[in-house]
Design a protein around this ligand. Structure first.
Ligand SMILES: NC(=O)c1ccc[n+]([C@@H]2O[C@H](COP(=O)([O-])OP(=O)(O)OC[C@H]3O[C@@H](n4cnc5c(N)ncnc54)[C@H](OP(=O)(O)O)[C@@H]3O)[C@@H](O)[C@H]2O)c1
Length: 294
């Protein structure tokens, strides 16, 4: 009997690698891995549906990877884009985008430097921000996340960036968002943070950080409800970036064909963000518009 594409994939890829991929891939693979027993995916939004919405977005970690693609996509849609980078002087592609788009500005912000977050919030104090897009994160050094070799300083750093840094951004900019029309705060999270989707023991610091981020932002969702702010938790897919390639290298997996491009991810993520309404606040979705298990 011919193998289905999924079974063929499972038959040729080492177990640890496929487990990593199953957790990294958006829902279809993760869910087909047994989580729902083959039930139809719970698709809430259409990832291909573009809206006519315009506004101001602040994207963190916009100098490369998914963040850069998000900044480019929003600029192309006519949004005002505030794009942050740790080192704007080295953000060549982002600076080139800003040079050709009057509606794109580049600002310095480092999630490990809370004073830089406060300084940016003060500088932008009169700027309503429709979408605060918390994209920046680190995976950390995968080699020191193997059991028996845990490096607790590295664990703290991953948490400092992905959890504390993102929550600090959210606290610092909550009033900017509350003053806007769309009032959305997005946490770019990961299927890797889904305990229910766990398939492999790799990169636990990163996984735990995304689980913690999900809880942190879910708690914030309860608090900012009275400000009419919507919290969106979105996994961007398995995307061909430096972070994803480092994870695959650690898993000893060579293939790339399952990944989507940063442009494809950004298009879907923005379309999903646009479809979040207040009643969806706190929901954990894939870039495919499907609801993810916690
Ligand atoms: N790629 C995937 O398949 C995948 C899957 C699921 C979730 N995600 C999530 O998607 C988001 C983007 O990931 P990516 O794949 O695009 O990663 P990436 O290519 O490694 O880019 C990460 C971005 O975060 C920035 N950053 C790192 N440390 C920072 C800090 N201390 N302060 C401020 N910015 C910092 C980086 O800036 P520098 O250039 O200065 O380091 C870079 O702009 C992350 O939240 C990631 O967890 C990615």
């Amino acid at each position: 009997m011919p193998l289905t594409p999924l079974k063929r994939l499972f038959s040729i890829v080492p177990l640890t690698a496929i487990a990593l991929l199953a957790a990294a891939l958006p829902t279809q693979t993760a869910l087909a891995g047994g989580h729902t027993g083959g039930a139809a995916p719970d698709r809430l939004f259409d990832p291909a549906k573009r809206s006519e919405l315009r506004g101001t977005v602040l994207v963190t970690g916009a100098n490369r990877g998914i963040g850069l693609a998000l900044a480019k996509n929003y600029a192309e849609r006519g949004w005002t884009v505030i794009a942050t980078a740790r080192s704007p002087g080295n953000a060549d592609e982002l600076n080139a985008l800003a040079a050709t788009n009057d509606n794109v500005t580049v600002e310095r912000m480092d999630l490990l430097d809370h004073a830089s977050i406060d300084a940016l919030a003060a500088k932008l104090r009169d700027v309503p921000i429709d979408v605060l897009l918390n994209n920046a994160a680190i995976m950390g050094d995968a080699a020191v996340q193997d059991f028996g070799k845990y490096d607790y300083e590295e664990m703290a750093k991953v948490f400092a960036v992905n959890v504390a840094g993102t929550l600090k951004m959210t606290e610092a900019f909550v009033d900017h968002v509350a003053a806007s029309d769309q009032k959305k705060i997005v946490g770019i999270t990961s299927v890797q943070g889904s305990i229910a989707s766990l398939r492999d023991p790799l990169i636990p610091f990163y996984k735990m950080s995304k689980t913690a981020l999900n809880m942190g932002m879910s708690s914030v969702a309860k608090i900012v409800k009275r400000k009419k702010i919507t919290i969106a938790l979105i996994s961007p897919g398995a995307v061909d970036t430096r972070m994803m390639n480092a994870a695959l290298e650690h898993a000893n997996y060579q293939g790339k064909s399952f990944m989507i491009t940063t442009a494809e991810s950004a298009e879907a993520v923005i379309n999903v963000i646009d479809q979040y309404e207040r009643k969806h606040s706190g929901m954990f979705l894939a870039h495919t518009g499907e609801v993810l298990p916690w």
